[in-house]
Write a protein that binds this ligand. Structure first.
Ligand SMILES: Cc1cc2nc3c(=O)[nH]c(=O)nc-3n(C[C@H](O)[C@H](O)[C@H](O)COP(=O)(O)OP(=O)(O)OC[C@H]3O[C@@H](n4cnc5c(N)ncnc54)[C@H](O)[C@@H]3O)c2cc1C
Length: 443
């Protein structure tokens, strides 16, 4: 197979890494630029402030990652990331607890720095991929209707240089600067859809007594507009730690002082979150990430289109993270881009990719924004009103219906079509068992 020359990926976060991996077999050379210094261990860094907060990987995302990085699940397990079934993860909705079901959907919990480090190490080991850390992209190079590279500044020398490429992939995250680069290049902007659930995450780590078995690996209390603005979650992660996150939606947020954090946790109805906060020893500072609205830049409709430019991950669409779609969607996009480049010329591939990427986003966008629109007095469009009615209908029934919950989880994890929710149920649901079918019984 003839390879395509040089692909340049702006952003070496999660989406940049999975995309570099996916493209490595199609290009002679793949360069990854990141404005941060990239640590040689699992560590936080300024460019990914979300790493302080829990990241749940949906089952579909875990499958795709395993395909791109065979053995990753085992490697995570080797680092102490626990594994169970997603149906055993207690979720408290305003309508009651989720039932316990066996779904076969793997729940593996770990910190985001660990996942990113393990993936980065694999990508760094590829002979045709090079990393340029502490290198910040500042502008796009455009000739006519084609992107030909970026202008990037080295943070260590302060020097700015043009970096030419046959394909530019923008993966610079939720606060992407691509809109301003397009403006600088005198190109019309992409239309941005935006729904702000005014969500804030406030997180803290706790020591988990080694060998202890509290009876849960993760537990969650959901926020739902407009009645339930506070919630939280706790997940067991590597190195015998708990990561607790308190949610505030609709404009409220948990305090970042230790006393305020504890008091907020005590107001929740989830006993697992309360138990960890009350009984375990905290480690380190409390971190907040606010302004977690959803936005979707419609690069598929860029008019006139730009050839040789692909946008992946949060730079394309940043979703409300409560539903855990971000990393799964980004892995799907990396593979779609690879498929588009395999099947089309480089000039045509990005348009095809952006159109196909819309399909990866429609369901997560509808799921996350339909409920979030409930925080705003603005009238919601018909599709969102319909989505909201369906979700509220499901939330009312889930606590009493393990079979429905199992199907809902499969849809949420992007392994089954939403249409499966409409199928009739068999008389006996042998694959699931219910524990605590009525509100309030699960723990
Ligand atoms: C609080 C929070 C919780 C989340 N929880 C979940 C979850 O449970 N499950 C889930 O699937 N997803 C979750 N997400 C979403 C997930 O973090 C993102 O979908 C995912 O990180 C997207 O990867 P990305 O590469 O697009 O962005 P990022 O991972 O943010 O990476 C962007 C990279 O670009 C670099 N960069 C930025 N600008 C430049 C520049 N000009 N030049 C060079 N480099 C640059 C940054 O340093 C960074 O490395 C959560 C997000 C947040 C904010």
């Amino acid at each position: 197979m003839t390879k395509h020359g040089h692909a340049l990926v702006v952003g070496g976060g999660y989406a940049g890494l999975v995309t570099a991996r996916a493209l490595a077999s199609l290009f002679d050379e793949v360069s990854v630029l990141d404005k941060d210094a990239l640590p040689d261990r699992a560590a936080h860094r300024p460019g990914t402030p979300q790493s302080r907060h829990p990241h749940a990987l949906l089952a579909r995302g875990a499958e795709l990652l395993e395909g791109l990085f065979p053995g990753l699940r085992e490697e995570l397990t080797g680092h102490g990331a626990p594994v169970s079934d997603f149906g055993h993860f207690p979720m408290l909705y305003p309508t009651g607890w989720s039932p316990t079901v066996r779904t076969g959907l793997v729940l593996q919990t770990f910190s985001r720095p660990l996942l990113e480090f393990l993936i980065r190490r694999r990508v760094q080991a590829l002979s045709n991929v090079s990393f340029h850390a502490a290198t910040e992209a500042e502008a796009l190079l455009v000739q006519g209707s084609r992107v030909t590279g970026v202008v990037a500044r080295s943070r260590s020398t302060g020097r700015t240089a043009a970096r030419e490429a046959d394909l530019v992939v923008v993966a610079d995250g939720r606060h992407s600067r691509l809109p301003s680069w397009l403006e600088k290049a005198d190109r019309p902007p992409a239309r941005r859809l935006q729904v702000d659930g005014k969500l804030a995450y406030t997180s803290r780590l706790y020591r988990r007594p080694p060998g202890s078995d509290p009876g849960f690996q993760a537990s969650l209390q959901a926020t739902v507009a407009p009645t339930t603005p506070s919630g939280g979650t706790v997940i067991a992660i590597e190195d015998d730690r708990w990561l607790v996150c308190l949610f505030g939606a609709g404009g409220i947020s948990a305090p970042t002082t230790p006393e305020g954090f504890d008091a907020y946790a005590a107001t929740l109805a989830n006993p697992h979150v309360q138990q960890v906060v009350a009984e375990c020893r905290p480690i380190g500072a409390i971190h907040r990430y606010s302004g977690l609205g959803g936005h979707w830049n419609r690069y598929d409709r860029l008019a006139p289109p730009l050839r040789r430019l692909a946008v992946v991950g949060d730079a394309l669409c940043a979703l409300n993270p409560l539903y855990g779609h971000g990393m799964t969607v980004a892995a799907r996009q990396a593979l779609l881009l690879r498929n588009a480049i395999t099947a089309h010329s480089l000039d045509g591939a990005c348009g095809v990719y952006h159109r196909h990427a819309v399909r990866t986003l429609l369901l997560p966008w509808l799921m996350t924004t339909s409920l979030d629109r409930g925080w705003s007095p603005e009238p919601a469009p018909l599709s969102a009103r319909a989505g909201r009615s369906v979700l509220l209908y499901l939330l009312r029934r889930i606590p009493r219906n393990p079979g429905l919950y199992g199907r809902f989880l499969n849809v949420q994890h992007m392994v089954a079509s939403p249409l499966t929710l409409l199928l009739p149920f068999p008389q006996r649901q042998s694959h699931s068992h219910s524990q605590g079918q009525s509100q309030g019984r699960r723990p």
